[in-house]
Design a protein around this ligand. Structure first.
Ligand code: MLT
Length: 311
């Protein structure tokens, strides 16, 4: 009998293949290339992805032998879980693999946007020594509004409170006792928008969260607020953010995610006070290794017909 086929559709840590072991035929494809994906997926037993591969109803329908979709990361917004479930395909992810890594990037964007690290770095490398132009603001004593106090948001809150920031959060699902334990004050979204000097978003992408920080929200913020989105593109509406930056209604933004990815040409990139990275939230050696090993283990169990424990 031939070995089950595992399709690796994105670049994953080498630890992934090691953790799968010798019992599988491993194939590779570029999952971001739709035609390549639809042809490669037809006869595989499992597919391993990150965020660039869309396993939607069409891809599920094209995959007659598919038993597992494994997402080496936190979110599942690029997988049609209901189409997969209807087709009897199990969907697994690695929900804790990169939470520290994602939180650290959000903190990095926050610090960078407060202190103009990215534009000052770019200018200096162009031979410009402009100390006044890149004067920033302190984080200590400022209020950080965390929108979504889940696993990643809580880690950001913990880390930024070490900088002396006052932390408030909007999260309709958090237990008040848990927030109090973290020293975080829970507010309504409107209240958070009004009092925050910095805002960082840590929500999954759902129909409810897309555009949550949009035109209306950006009219309620403090004039110098700096906004970080290292969660999912579109939760902070890009057009509304552009207008707020253009009109000088906000102080800056740190962005790691975009409504459409890859995003190499955004009107937002023209602003010196926008720090932009290419969806690096999960990209550290440590997180990729953890995610790869975790999904490899789940795929092994699922293809062996065994129970896959919640990670
Ligand atoms: C995640 O959801 O964990 C990340 O977006 C994964 C990735 O970077 O591909």
């Amino acid at each position: 009998m031939s070995n089950p086929v595992v399709l690796i559709a994105e670049e994953l840590s080498p630890a992934t293949v090691d953790a799968l072991g010798p019992d599988f035929e491993i194939r590779h494809c570029n999952g971001a290339d739709r035609a390549e994906l639809l042809s490669a997926i037809t006869d595989v037993d499992a597919i391993l992805i990150r965020s660039a591969t869309k396993v939607d109803a069409e891809a599920v329908a094209a995959a007659s032998k598919l038993k597992v979709v494994a997402r080496a990361g936190v979110g599942l917004d690029n997988v049609d879980v209901s189409a997969a479930t209807k087709a009897g395909v199990m969907v697994v992810n690695a929900p804790t693999s990169n939470i520290v890594t994602a939180a650290e990037l959000a903190c990095g964007l926050l610090i960078s946007v407060a202190r103009n690290i990215a534009p000052a770095n770019a200018a200096l490398k162009q031979g410009e020594w402009k100390r006044n132009k890149y004067t920033g603001v302190e984080l200590a004593e400022k209020t950080l509004g965390v929108v979504g106090l889940g696993r990643i948001g809580a880690l950001v809150a913990q880390r930024m409170s070490a900088f002396g920031m006052k932390i408030v959060a909007y999260d309709p699902y958090i237990q008040p006792a848990r927030a109090a334990q973290m020293g975080v004050k829970i507010l309504s979204l409107d209240e958070l928008l009004q009092v925050s000097d910095f805002i960082t978003v840590h929500l999954p992408k759902t129909p409810e969260t897309v555009g949550l920080i949009g035109e209306e929200a950006l009219r309620k913020v403090k004039p110098h607020v700096r906004i970080v989105n290292a969660a999912r593109g579109g939760i902070v509406d890009e057009e509304a953010l552009f207008a707020a930056l253009k009109e000088g209604r906000i102080g800056g933004a740190g962005l790691d995610v975009y409504a459409k990815e890859p995003c190499t040409d955004s009107p937002l990139f023209q602003f010196d006070n926008v720090v932009a990275t290419p969806h690096l939230g999960a990209s550290t050696d440590e997180a990729q290794e953890k995610a790869g090993i975790s999904v490899a283990r789940s795929v092994r169990l699922a293809l062996a017909g065994e129970l896959v424990p919640d990670a």
